[in-house]
Design a protein around this ligand. Structure first.
Ligand SMILES: Cc1cc2nc3c(=O)[nH]c(=O)nc-3n(C[C@H](O)[C@H](O)[C@H](O)COP(=O)(O)OP(=O)(O)OC[C@H]3O[C@@H](n4cnc5c(N)ncnc54)[C@H](O)[C@@H]3O)c2cc1C
Length: 507
């Protein structure tokens, strides 16, 4: 309408769905127009999991409806690209100014700078990246642990008289128990919150270009597409699951896809939950005596520590960081990952089933199964990043890049992790109840047609990367064992076969 022309526009991106953040907090609905763009180019730039495409578009539509109900003039539009969406909006509404909150990802921020959009600082994180950069400045190396301690001290969370509650900042050593027979049934007794589909869920097709390549199982209501849904999932986690979160963080059990993980990353990363409210809710449970410290500290470390640390890394890294490849890995993405072949590796097959069904794998499956296999086999880190970005329900550039390039594959040469996270079949067996029994492959063998690919590739990986890794004090000891192997030539030969089979989908 003509009398609304000239209103300033706030451009809300799909992962900024929080009225309380800097872009919307002080905005008066009567004098602000909101722009939201669903970009065809974004949807066609790579294959996406069906549930991921559904989640982001549906959550944007619900948020747009909430803002409209509050009185904002909302222009939610489908456009060939973000840039085209802005241009069409400007043509239609002639805004006096276009303002946006700095996107979480660096490429997004650069794009908005090029488009001349006024940016306000992103406060969807607890530590802005400039603060992170200042903390890191002058230090030779900053580990997540350094950062986390500093954040605990700064926020006062789980602190008492300047010291960590319980005497230690980090209770990780109490969180690595191998699974027992009770783990999966107990976790399954508290199933995820599931929402019944409504008309909005059903009309997703109107927002999809014809040439979109969607994969995986259709949405089943597991992932929150609204603030109310996200709060219900937070409530489920804090009241029922959190007390068990601590002990088995590094465990997996075949067929148990979520165990005691929170399933909150999708909501946190979209803006449906703020990390502050999540951390405070979890600490409240501890204060009320309803969850043990190792569970609560373990969770707080993930959100206040890892999540924020990796955002800082992603935002302050050089432009070439996403392409880093310190171990010169050049193998293609395994077709089993993309879903175009199967695999007889039971742990991999189980993880990929979860990815197919839920667009989700829990942390240890991502790290110890998928990234471990890719690292050992020398899969190109950027190919892994790209696939995970399209596939995981919680993936965005800022979080996927440092998790894969830094934590998962050591492609950054040790900026995030102090050593490559690699292991053979024996460790997978230890941390899983049944992944190796029964399995087509034998975790104890490193050569022969039925040798566990993880075990073969582990020794071959150490051998191939000796120059880069032998002096690493955290992995160096494995070289002493490697040097005692009497069958290294056979291991190398079997590893060549394994890598070829992984690449052609016959492993
Ligand atoms: C190779 C690889 C890729 C990953 N890709 C992503 C991704 O695209 N998006 C994503 O959010 N997380 C990613 N992670 C981190 C972690 O695996 C997921 O955050 C977690 O599995 C989400 O499930 P949850 O909510 O049940 O987590 P929980 O196990 O319950 O953990 C609690 C919360 O801690 C936070 N968190 C824990 N670890 C990390 C981490 N390393 N980075 C960021 N946040 C963390 C998440 O917000 C999570 O919701 C990745 C990890 C690896 C090893």
């Amino acid at each position: 309408m003509d009398d609304e022309r000239g209103l300033p526009t706030v451009w809300v991106w799909g992962d900024q769905l929080d009225r309380r953040l800097a872009h919307l907090r002080d905005r008066d609905p009567a004098s602000t127009r909101v722009l939201m763009v669903v970009s065809d180019r974004k949807l066609t730039e790579r294959p996406w999991h069906r549930q991921k495409a559904h989640l982001v578009i549906t959550a944007m539509r619900r948020f747009a409806a909430d803002l409209a109900a509050e009185g904002f003039a909302v222009d939610l539009r489908r456009a060939p690209s973000m840039r085209a969406g802005l241009a069409a909006h400007v043509d239609a509404h002639d805004p006096s100014e276009v303002v946006a909150m700095e996107p979480a990802s660096l490429p997004g921020t650069r794009e908005l700078e090029r488009l001349g959009v006024t940016l306000v600082d992103n406060d969807h994180f607890l530590c802005h990246w400039r603060e992170f950069a200042a903390f890191r400045a002058g230090r030779r190396r900053t580990t997540m642990e350094d950062f986390y301690r500093w954040r605990r001290e700064t926020t006062g969370w789980l602190m008492e008289d300047g010291a960590p509650v319980g005497g230690r900042f980090n209770l990780d050593a109490d969180n690595r128990r191998p699974p027992d027979a009770d783990l999966a049934p107990t976790a399954a007794a508290d199933p995820p919150v599931v929402d019944a589909p409504d008309a909005l869920d059903a009309s997703l097709g109107d927002w999809l270009p014809d040439d979109v390549d969607l994969r995986g199982a259709p949405p089943d209501g597991t992932w929150a597409t609204s603030r109310a849904g996200a709060l219900a999932r937070l409530e489920r986690f804090t009241t029922r699951v959190l007390p068990r979160f601590g002990d088995h963080q590094d465990a997996m059990v075949t067929g148990a896809w979520h165990l005691n993980h929170s399933l909150l990353s999708h909501a946190l990363n979209l803006g449906l939950l703020h990390p502050r409210e999540v951390i405070e809710a979890v600490i409240d449970v501890y204060t009320a005596g309803r969850a043990p410290l190792n569970a609560v500290e373990g969770f707080v470390r993930q959100v206040l520590g890892w999540r924020e640390f990796l955002w800082g890394v992603a935002r302050t890294a050089d432009a070439g960081y996403p392409q880093r490849n310190a171990l010169a890995a050049d193998a293609p993405l395994p077709p089993a990952f993309a879903g175009t072949s199967g695999t007889r590796m039971r742990c991999v097959e189980d993880t990929l089933r979860s990815v197919h069904e839920h667009a989700y794998a829990h942390h240890i499956q991502r790290l110890m199964v998928l990234a471990n296999l890719a690292t050992l086999a020398g899969v190109r880190p950027d190919a892994l990043t790209d696939w995970m970005h399209g596939t995981f329900i919680d993936a965005y550039d800022w979080v996927m890049v440092p998790n894969v390039i830094g934590m998962g594959t050591f492609a950054d040469g040790g900026e995030v992790a102090t050593k490559p996270y690699v292991s053979g079949g024996a460790y997978i067996d230890r941390m899983s109840l049944d992944a190796c029994r029964p399995c087509h492959y034998d975790r104890t063998k490193r050569t022969g047609a039925d040798a566990c690919p993880f075990t073969t590739l582990y020794w071959d990986f150490l051998d191939r990367n000796r120059a880069a890794l032998a002096s690493n004090h955290r992995i160096g000891r494995a070289y002493a064992t490697l040097d005692r192997l009497t069958d290294l030539d056979e291991v190398r030969a079997r590893a060549r076969e394994v890598r070829a089979m992984l690449a052609d989908g016959t492993l």
